[in-house]
Design a protein around this ligand. Structure first.
Ligand SMILES: NC(=O)c1ccc[n+]([C@@H]2O[C@H](COP(=O)([O-])OP(=O)(O)OC[C@H]3O[C@@H](n4cnc5c(N)ncnc54)[C@H](O)[C@@H]3O)[C@@H](O)[C@H]2O)c1
Length: 290
């Protein structure tokens, strides 16, 4: 029996990392559904511009998601000014690339602080708020990197595997609470995060709007794993069944074993990597103070 799609009209939705990219596209799609959207982003100026562009009533807040007390305070402010939190979309994320042997603990920690620990903190905060009301939806943006190998982005892949593992377990804890949970697995998306990465057929590059549409669909009819494009779900099932040696051959024949590493040193990539290095001020300060 198919479930009746939910209305998103008037729902209070807080989206992290929504000044640009997938978060922005999701905010646009949710505003079109009549939701009351709050854009949170480290780049406060861009968050303000994006909110203005999306129309009256769209809120914004400058937030470093690795600053957990500030994250909590932002959610408190939104609940006081706009209403109880209906949907939290933990979307903020960064991808630093390079060979694992050249990575530093500082860089790895930064990625985990944003991609994993902030997602866990936001999720805990959302549960505390939603559980007493017996309703709400938490959406954590992972990546196909959470289920397939991404040579040249091993630390990023590890962080996204962590999000998938967290959600697969949490799903069972949330059963019967009235809180829905989804994790999102986009393939390569045309945003700054993918700067410099060659657009090959094997890379399956999609637009942020496609991811946004899948997120909106999952909010209307809840499901746990949200692939974008949807066909990646079927492909992942099939590739999981093929023998390792054949999988390795497909990986090398398609160029997927070096496509990310090939983008190292390109102009767009360098600019993005500089942004990533300044993406977790609170986590950096915490580490430096130790
Ligand atoms: N682009 C892709 O190919 C792709 C593929 C799969 C998954 N994803 C995931 O989608 C999510 C969004 O990525 P995107 O492609 O839109 O990237 P993006 O770089 O276009 O946007 C990410 C946004 O997050 C913000 N941000 C970064 N650190 C932050 C922090 N500490 N606190 C608050 N905001 C912060 C940035 O300022 C930026 O506006 C990420 O979790 C990413 O891992 C992206």
């Amino acid at each position: 029996m198919s479930r009746q799609p939910r209305s998103l009209s008037d729902k209070v939705v807080f989206i992290t990392g929504a000044a640009r990219g997938i978060g922005r596209a999701t905010a646009v799609a949710l505003v079109a559904e009549g939701a009351r959207v709050v854009i949170a982003d480290l780049d406060g100026e861009l968050a303000a511009t994006t909110a203005r562009e999306l129309g009256a009533g769209v809120g914004f807040v400058q937030l470093d998601v690795t600053d957990h007390p500030a994250f909590t305070a932002s959610l408190d402010d939104v609940e006081q000014s706009t209403g109880p939190l209906d949907v939290l979309i933990n979307n903020a994320g960064v991808m630093a690339i390079g060979k694992a042997e050249d990575d530093s603990h500082e860089r790895a920690y930064r990625q985990f602080a944003i991609n994993v620990f902030a997602v866990m903190h936001g999720t805990r905060e959302a549960i505390h708020r939603m559980k007493p009301r017996g309703s709400g939806h938490i959406v954590n943006v992972a990546s196909m990197a959470g289920v397939v190998p991404i040579p040249g982005a091993a630390t990023y892949a590890a962080s996204k595997h962590a999000v998938v593992g967290f959600c697969e377990s949490l799903y069972w804890e949330l059963r019967g609470t009235g809180i829905d949970l989804s994790y999102v697995l986009p393939s390569l998306v045309n945003t700054e995060l993918a700067a410099g990465v060659k657009r090959t057929r094997a890379a399956n590059v999609i637009e942020p709007e496609q991811v946004a549409n899948e997120i909106v669909a999952a909010l209307k009819v809840p499901r746990l794993a949200v692939f974008a494009p949807r066909s990646m779900g079927r492909i992942t099932k099939v590739t999981g069944l093929i023998p390792r040696r054949l999988g390795d051959k497909i990986m090398t024949a398609s160029g997927s074993d070096h496509v990310v590493l090939d983008s190292l040193g390109t102009d767009g990539r360098d600019a993005y990597e500089k942004r990533v290095a300044a993406s977790a001020p609170a986590a950096d300060a915490e580490r430096a103070g130790r």
